[in-house]
Write a protein that binds this ligand. Sequence first.
Ligand code: ADP
Ligand code: MG
Length: 765
Amino acid sequence: MATNKTYKVKGMHCASCASIVERAVKKVDGVEKVSINSVLEKADISFDSEKVDLGEFNKKLEPLGYSLLQEETDDEVASVASDHSMHTGAKQSKDEKLREIKAMRAGVRGAVPVAVISILIMTWEVLAQYSLVGPISDSVMGFFHHLLPILATYIFVLLGKPYLLGVYRFFRYGKANMDTLIGLGTSIAFLYSFVVSAFEEELAPYLSIQYNFYEVTIVVITFVALGKYLEAKSKLKTGDAIEKLIGLQAKVAIVVRDGKEVEVKIEEVKHGDVLVVKPGQKIPVDGVVVEGESYVDEAMITGEPIPVKKDIGQGVVAGTINTTGTFNFKATKIGSETLLFQIIKMVEEAQGSKAPIQALADKISAVFVPVVLFIAVMAFGLWMYLGTPVMGSSSALSAALTSFVAILVIACPCALGLATPTAIIVGVGKGAREGILVKDAATLETLHKADVIVMDKTGTITKGKPEITDIEMMGEMKDDEFISILAALESKSEHPIAHAIVSHAKDNEIAVKNVSEFEAIKGKGLKGSIDGVEYFAGNSKVLADLGLSYDSAVVDRGTRQGKTPVFLAKKDAVLGIVFVADQVKENAIETINELHRLKKKVIMLTGDNVNTANYIAKLAGIDEVIAEVMPDDKLSAIKALQAKGNIVVMAGDGVNDAPALAQADVGVAMGTGTDVAIESAGITLLGGDISKLVKAVKLSKMTMLGIKQNLFFAFVYNSIGIPLAAGAFYPIFGWLLPPVFAGFAMAMSSVSVVSNSLRIKAKKL
Ligand code: ADP
Ligand code: MG
């Protein structure tokens, strides 16, 4: 049976690690798909659970220096208890990370003073060469000569383990990763120096060593460790959006039991419990207000800064904060069903997903290590071969070694591996804070490339709360009776028009009759029987189906003012028309202007009357209107736009527009109210606020720019660093990269990539 599981990966440091793990697991029989995230250190594996299991994977991975650990929760629907353990699970791994970082810091603290001493000696030696300072006396020099091997050994013991293991794995299993590169470089430098200082007298006639490589070993390992420490610290910061979301969860709730208020743990809240919320308290689960009223601050979920009024019957969501009133609400969604939980899950999944742009970086880092080893050996050989006749064998050996070590050290593809995932993690997290939920990295990558944005009219451009404006009677029926019949039919429908008509009847205290044999007519309206008579309500298509005609002058007068006509008819006669009008959302016009500024074409797609649609489109500044579309044809409308070579974004209310949302390159769902169909779209805008679409596009742009900058940094640095270290510029400029600088540059490249990603967090949307 095919299963999909996520494991924690132990022992990963870098992008090349990710590709080693990925390839190793892929080779196991029964594995279908593997995806590794090097930043979150997670492996997503699809496999045949009858053929292989975790033990099998680990058997393959352990010799390579990695292992997989069972995650705390499965992908399946989790029980409330395990939801909680997932939350604490996230905490645990954070604690673990903090412990790891603390250990790294201790190591770095122990190494930095030693590195500083080595750098001082090196600097002194260089300055003395140019007679800028006096030479070091022979006895002091002698002392350092004996001290340095001890210090280098100390550094190896303190920080060298992963690198030496990398070298061991290379010789034992023929597998190399970035640790192998650092390990080979530093240990060869160390061994060379050791041989030179041990057999100084014997070698003296053949080698005139100006400086040895102990310092290189010391400083490179220290820099790399320092870089890894800084990187780990900032990587922790990239993921803090999840942390914040988890922190929104209340720990306790006040429940009314047997008429008394009792405080219980959040896990003990059950469906249907009545919960009391006092001023300033967090709302513990999702539910509906049953008593009292208040304003609730929903900024943490929707990004909307103004508190929202909550009356009886209105929904509240977990994690939001009550302001000054007191109210009671009935719990409708608990544990994993709450919106907050769904958001956390979605953000987590999105942050772990791979952006298509990463494929290139992955391909490169997979072949990187062997290629670099090859280049390093070639450079060494060339230096010896070409250098010996020119500078003599001992200088050539010194230069060849310098070049060999520097190449191994500078070539680490770390920055390359961090470029995409860190930016995605920060981008997705930033979105979540603004009420923009992104489903995966690919969506974020596509969104800003879109050239056409299609919007549903009702609920997206308009408020979705139409009101009756006119009633035109056609027969001799009385107004009240007419409304009574129409409202009776509409009371069965969920369409915003239906709500308008039903509440009109309620407001005017018109009794609603009983309906039997009710049936919705998709994209047109509905029908049903009242007192044995069959009635039809809906748009002109309903009349056309019945073969009835109507006074088009009356209809046109209404539609030209942006009103939607709703006909009520019997099988053989039109009884009348009501017009309903919906208002354009205040921020829709500004949003469409902004989208134009971002060079996007905006199209309105609606099932409503052409004239009505055109009127609203003109008000809102829409470029093109596709009206009177049947629900199924919305999908083909999107397809048609795509066939013309457009990248299409479809924004809709996510309920009846689901197929069109799925067909579009990016589906954007308006998450109105508390019932959010998060799964249905690539992007969900919480709070149903269309202006967030502009922010989402900007976020996409910003994140992709960040990734491109990161990739540029990483590539440029390697493509300049490697030839420089190999000595390609030596014949022209006399440049040869000291390994110490290589160590510094390699550490800084990762740190700068992560910092560049973190910059996205601070930017304004
Ligand atoms: P849209 O979301 O663009 O309104 P729909 O497919 O939901 O598209 O509806 C298409 C058209 O059918 C509406 O514009 C309206 O004219 C008519 N219609 C649908 N449902 C009803 C209803 N319950 N009452 C009256 N008219 C309706
Ligand atoms: Mg609709």
